[in-house]
Design a protein around this ligand. Structure first.
Ligand code: CO
Length: 614
């Protein structure tokens, strides 16, 4: 037995497949190895939370509560952990305190032992309700600090320096954390920084310290090893078939690396190999979710500018669509400036999309000439407090005319919310009174309601939600498994197969998240519903002023009706573009003559959005 064995937390059933398989692993493929995983001797297994709750209900037709209880039953000896996004729970907006309390208590009863609670901005305003609820449930409260870097890409600088992390850790320990985690979601923690950080935190903390990192940039295995040398108590790894790429380091090489040392984790290498063999047999059917056009399993480019992997590929495709790929270098230079203006938010969902698309729009249209709805909400404070203050001039520009107020709020975001649980109970009372179901609805009113109707037999399960027979490749993520926003009107046409130019967007509508596939129609095809989408000929025949889409995206809604009088600057339409909602102002004074598109229509740069008679 080693003197100080490092404890291992396994992420195979949660973060590993969330990172590398778009969260698609189904319970029927976990259950066969669950008892053997339970017998390995992991300190804990992360099995729930993050995107697993959303994806099970939205795409897999699987009840997330049932998944948790099944795993609990199959794995009675291992502590089960979940990732909880603070006041946002497992969703994408801030929920009211009563929903947070009910969700935590119910999850504890269903089998969660360890709650890893975090907030993208490390703001305790977004953490305290969830943290108190965990303590009250009698379970283990782990509070995670999101790891970020300032500009140099290393620990240090004006914001994300050692003092920042020590202060956060002290604060979280003071809130009542039973352990602290460093959560390096973008794989930015460099090995020697990991050593320095862990050494300092271990010298300060009374509670255990855990490291969660991602392989993305290629440093994670080295960083984990240095953290272990510096005395970290617990590290997150996963089985090799789901390891590396954007997921965690693999456990197998770590077991060998540590064997015989005073930090030997004591896990049985041969048994781990057998479990990996099993995963190899079931993963082929998930292959479409795994494929990447790149040869490298790592993305070292992230180390040059600290911009997370997914973000750069999004930027490239956004710029391509806007016919401005030549501005990529300008955008990469703009990102640190925009991030600084916005108070150095860690670049993680949803702030990475905000900073990325605001930077693109700053480069293409002028700095803060166009500010998206989410950035306004962020500046107002609906996402919490950023690590540093937002630039005063940006606050003024972004909040000019903002309906909730022109000064940022000075209280916790959830304090604006009325209780929500009773309303959710009322909304589903004809279908179910089970708290499992009430919470699914409270978290995701649209996709959750659809799931409940399927679960309770009120509508059939769509074929693409059903489990696929073994070894048959299941639909890739770009296939139309995505649900369109509830308000969108689907065209009354047979669904065509997505073309190679189809692109998947994350769309956030009123706090709910949608994965929407946008496939531009190639001009001139008679079989396509091109009339509504290419009304340019219509415009040419009139004297009307045409407002054209400044970039490609989706038309979410109009804010005016035909016949309305507008003046320059009045908001007329909301477009989803570059993963953000953007409000488009009228360009001239006049009367709205025509609104040629239907909400939900995909729009190319230059398409007519609004016609105004001057
Ligand atoms: Co993670």
């Amino acid at each position: 037995m080693a003197k100080n064995p490092v404890k291992i937390s396994d992420t195979t059933f949660r973060d590993a497949h969330q990172s590398n398989l778009a969260t698609r692993l189904r319970i029927e493929d976990m259950a066969p190895i669950a008892p053997e995983m339970d017998a390995i001797g992991f300190y804990s297994m992360e099995v729930w939370g993050g995107a697993t709750f959303d994806v099970t209900t939205r795409y897999l037709g699987e009840d997330p509560w049932k998944r948790l209880r099944t795993l609990r039953q199959l794995m009675p000896h291992t502590k089960l952990s979940m990732l909880l996004r603070g006041q946002s729970l497992v969703g994408y907006r801030t929920y009211a305190d009563d929903v947070v309390n009910a969700f935590v208590q119910h999850s504890a009863e269903a089998g969660i032992d360890i709650f890893r609670v975090f907030d993208a901005l490390n703001d305790e305003w977004n953490l305290d309700t969830a943290a108190k609820a965990v303590v009250k449930s009698g379970k283990h409260l782990q509070m995670a600090i999101c790891y970020s870097v300032t500009e140099s890409g290393r620990l240090g600088g004006p914001i994300f320096n050692l003092d920042y992390y020590l202060a956060k850790a002290r604060q979280f320990q003071g809130i009542g954390a039973h352990s602290i985690a460093i959560k390096d979601m973008a794989g930015l923690l460099a090995p020697y920084d990991a050593y320095e950080l862990v050494k300092a935190l271990k010298g300060e903390l009374k509670v255990p310290l855990q490291l969660h990192t991602h392989y993305t940039s290629g440093m994670a295995s080295m960083s984990v090893l240095k953290a272990i040398e510096a005395g970290v108590d617990i590290v997150d790894t996963c089985l090799s078939p789901l390891a590396l790429r954007t997921a965690q380091p693999a456990i197998e090489p770590l077991v060998v690396s540590l064997s015989g040392t005073d930090r030997d984790c004591g896990l049985d290498f041969q048994r781990l190999l057998k479990l990996a063999d099993y995963l190899e047999t079931i993963l082929p059917k998930y292959k479409p979710f795994m494929e990447s056009p790149r040869a490298a399993v790592i993305d070292p480019r992230v180390l040059t500018h600290q911009i997370p992997g997914g973000m750069t590929s999004n930027l490239v495709s956004q710029l391509k669509e806007a016919d401005a790929l030549d501005r990529l270098d300008d955008v990469l230079r703009e990102i640190p400036k925009t991030r600084k203006d916005l108070g150095y938010p860690p670049l993680v969902t949803p702030t990475s999309q905000m900073v990325g698309s605001q930077s693109v729009s700053n480069v293409l249209f002028g700095r803060y000439k166009m500010v998206s709805g989410q950035v306004k909400d962020y500046v107002y404070g609906l996402y919490g407090r950023p690590p540093a203050p937002v630039d005063a001039e940006v606050v003024n520009v972004a909040l000019k005319g903002y309906p909730k107020g022109e000064k940022p709020m000075t209280q916790k975001p959830a304090s604006l919310l009325e209780p929500e649980l009773e309303k959710a109970k009322a909304a589903v009372k004809d279908i179910s009174s089970d708290l499992d179901d009430v919470l699914i609805y409270a978290l995701y009113p649209t996709t959750g309601m659809k799931f409940l109707r399927i679960k309770h037999g009120l509508e059939p399960m769509p074929d693409d939600m059903k489990p696929q027979p073994k070894a048959t490749p299941i639909a890739p993520p770009v296939a139309a498994t995505a649900l369109p926003p509830a308000k969108a009107e689907a065209p009354a046409l047979a669904t065509p197969a997505p073309s190679p130019s189809a692109r998947t967007f994350n769309v956030f509508v009123e706090g709910e998240y949608y994965e929407v596939v946008v496939d531009p129609v190639v001009g001139g095809s008679a079989s396509k519903p091109s009339v509504a989408r290419r009304p340019n000929q219509m415009a040419n025949a009139t004297e009307d002023i045409v407002m054209a889409a400044p970039m490609p995206g989706l038309l979410l809604r109009y804010l005016v009706q035909e016949g309305a009088k507008v003046k320059p600057g009045d908001p007329v339409a909301v477009m989803e573009a570059m993963k953000m909602e953007n409000t488009l102002p009228a360009t001239v004074s006049g009367t709205i003559k025509a609104l040629p598109l239907k909400p939900g229509a995909s729009v190319r740069k230059g398409d007519v959005l609004v016609m105004i008679a001057p």
